[in-house]
Design a protein around this ligand. Structure first.
Ligand code: SF4
Length: 361
C-alpha cells in the first residue's frame, strides 16, 4: 500500500483527568490517561494501536476527534491545528475524521430507521440535498447492506450488520480518517473476518487512513501497516508491523506477543514466555523512572546477570538497573520505528514467524 503523505500529526499530546482520591479524602488525584504521545498517520495507511485496558488508547482516539479536549499538545490534520478549534470548526473537522465504535447497537438510536440514521450526519452538517438518498443507497451497497432495508430499525439487524451500519454512517461525510475503536471485538470470529475484509476493501477504494484501536494482537497484525504499543498513557514502541511482530524491542511488546498462542507448540519460541509481572499499574501513581519497571522481566534479568554496575530496587524490593528505576526512557529511533527502553537490544523472544504474517489469507 502506498502511504507516504502525512495526514495526521500528533505531538506530545496529554490528557490528565481529576479523580477522587479516596473514600475518606477530598483530595483529587491526577489521572495521566495520555501522557506525551507523538505519532503520524499517513494517507492510506493503517496504524494499529494496542495495549491493555487502562493504557489510554481509547482516550487517545477520543482526543483526536475532539470528543474530549486535551490538557496540552498538538494534533494537526492536513497541517491545521485542531486542538484550538472553536465548536463550529470542530463540527466541520469531524467530516474529515469519523469514529466507528465497539458496540454498534449502543451507538445506533433504536428509534431511528437505518435510512434516517445514515441521513443524520448529512443533515447535521447541512449537506443533505436531493442527491442524498442515492448517496445513502450507494453507501449501503458498498458496505454490504441491502438498500431496500433502509426503513428497518437496528434491532432487525444482526451484530455484524449493525457494525456495517456503523461503518456506513461513518462514511456518509466522506472522511479521510476513521478512528476504529475495537470495531470487531464484540463480534463472532467468523463475522470479524468479514468486517475486517470490508474495512480493507473500503480503504483501497477510498484511500482511507485508519487508526485501529484493539487489544487483540492477531487482528491488529492482520490489518496494520505500522503498530504503536501503549503502556500507561505512553507509546513505548512504534514500528513497521512485520518488524514489531518478529523483532519486538520493548519488553512490554514481548509480553503482549508472548500471550498470543504460537502456531507451532514444538517451536522453541513457543516455550519462552515473556510475561509482564503483575497487572498494569495506576495512571494516578506513575512509577518513577521507566513506568514499566515494576513489571519488567528484562530489567530483572539484566540486574540478575550482574551486567550492570548500577543497581536499584523496584517497589517490591527486586533489583533492577538504576536507569530503569530513575530515568524515564524517551521514545527514540530504533530499527524501523522507535522504542522507549534504555536496553532495547536485549530482547529475549522472537515470537511470531514471518510465515504467519500473510495478510491476504
Ligand atoms: Fe524494562 Fe528498563 Fe527497558 Fe523500562 S527501561 S522497559 S524497565 S529494561
Amino acid at each position: 500500500m502506498a502511504a507516504t503523505d502525512t495526514l495526521l500529526n500528533v505531538e506530545d499530546l496529554r490528557k490528565t483527568f481529576g479523580a477522587q482520591g479516596g473514600l475518606f479524602t477530598r483530595q483529587r488525584k491526577a489521572v495521566h490517561a495520555v501522557d506525551g504521545v507523538s505519532f503520524t498517520l499517513r494517507a492510506g495507511e493503517t496504524l494499529g494501536l494496542v495495549g491493555e485496558s487502562g493504557s489510554g488508547k481509547s482516550t487517545l482516539g477520543r482526543l483526536i476527534l475532539r470528543l474530549i479536549d486535551p490538557t496540552s499538545g498538538s494534533v494537526r490534520l492536513d497541517g491545521q491545528e485542531i486542538t484550538t478549534l472553536k465548536p463550529a470548526a470542530v463540527r466541520a473537522m469531524r467530516s474529515d475524521i469519523q469514529m466507528v465504535f465497539q458496540d454498534p447497537y449502543g451507538s445506533l438510536d433504536p428509534r431511528m430507521s437505518i435510512g434516517a440514521t445514515l441521513a443524520e450526519p448529512l443533515k447535521v452538517h447541512g449537506l443533505y440535498n436531493a442527491d442524498s438518498p442515492a448517496l445513502i443507497r450507494d453507501i449501503m451497497l458498498r458496505v454490504g447492506l441491502n438498500p431496500d432495508h433502509a426503513s428497518r430499525y437496528p434491532h432487525q439487524f444482526s451484530g455484524g450488520q449493525r457494525q456495517r451500519i456503523g461503518i456506513a454512517r461513518a462514511l456518509t461525510l466522506n472522511p479521510k480518517i476513521l478512528v476504529l475503536d475495537e470495531p470487531v471485538s464484540a463480534l463472532d470470529v467468523s463475522i470479524q473476518a468479514q468486517i475486517i475484509n470490508l474495512l480493507k476493501k473500503l480503504q483501497r477504494e477510498r484511500n482511507l487512513s485508519y487508526l485501529f484501536i484493539a487489544h487483540d494482537l492477531a487482528v491488529v497484525r492482520h490489518v496494520s501497516d505500522r503498530v504503536a504499543v501503549m503502556y500507561l498513557g505512553k507509546i513505548v514502541e512504534l514500528a513497521d508491523r512485520d518488524a514489531l511482530y518478529t523483532r519486538p524491542a520493548h519488553p512490554y511488546t514481548e509480553s503482549l506477543l508472548s500471550a498470543v498462542p504460537h502456531p507451532d507448540p514444538y517451536d522453541d519460541r513457543a516455550n519462552k514466555p515473556a510475561i509482564a509481572i503483575g497487572e498494569i499499574g495506576s495512571a494516578t501513581q506513575l512509577p518513577s523512572g521507566c513506568r514499566f519497571h515494576p513489571r519488567c522481566f528484562r530489567a530483572r534479568m539484566l540486574a540478575e546477570g550482574g551486567a550492570r554496575a548500577d543497581i536499584a530496587h523496584d517497589p517490591a524490593g527486586i533489583a533492577v538497573p538504576a536507569r530503569c528505576a530513575n530515568e524515564d526512557p524517551p521514545l527514540r529511533a530504533h530499527g524501523t520505528g522507535a522504542v522507549a527502553c534504555h536496553f532495547p537490544d536485549t530482547a529475549v523472544l522472537h515470537r511470531m514467524p514471518l510465515t504467519s504474517l500473510n495478510r491476504d489469507h
